[in-house]
Every structure is written in C-alpha cells, then in structure tokens.
Design a protein around this ligand. Sequence first.
Ligand SMILES: [Zn+2]
Length: 89
Amino acid sequence: MQSFPTQLVRFLFFTEVNGIPVCLVCSQQVSVVKKYNIRHHYETHHAERYRGLQGQPRREKVKELIAGLFYGQGLSVTYKTLAQKTSQL
Ligand SMILES: [Zn+2]
C-alpha cells in the first residue's frame, strides 16, 4: 500500500488512520481517498484559518494536530510511530 502523500499531510492537514483519510483539524473522515475530496474538505472548512500558517510553524502545527488526533482517539501510537508519520513533513 502506498504511503499517504506527505503533501496532503502538510498542505491539507490530512493523515490516514487504518487506511481512511482523517482530517487533522476536526477528525472528520473522508471516505473517498481522492485528493479532490480531501482538498475540498480543507478549502471548505479550514483554509481560511490556516492560510497564513506556512513553513516551519505549519510543520509544527501539523505535528501537534497529529499527536492530538491519535491520543484523542485512544489509538495506541508510540512516539516512534509518531516520529515516522511526521519525519517527512
Ligand atoms: Zn476538517
């Protein structure tokens, strides 16, 4: 299985949990793994708020959101897994 594209994580605030794309900001799942759907969700709900966040601050925000999402869902995620998910950001 192809790993989730880094650009979707960093630019659209999405990651995947058990193969399903999940929004990092609102935890909503998008059933169709298509960039269009993911982009549409981001632009409709979150683009306004995060437009000004670029570069390193954006990467830090993404890491923070990923950590929050995984812990919030009670998923057993180790720091190693977290590091792997965020290392390419
Ligand atoms: Zn969202």
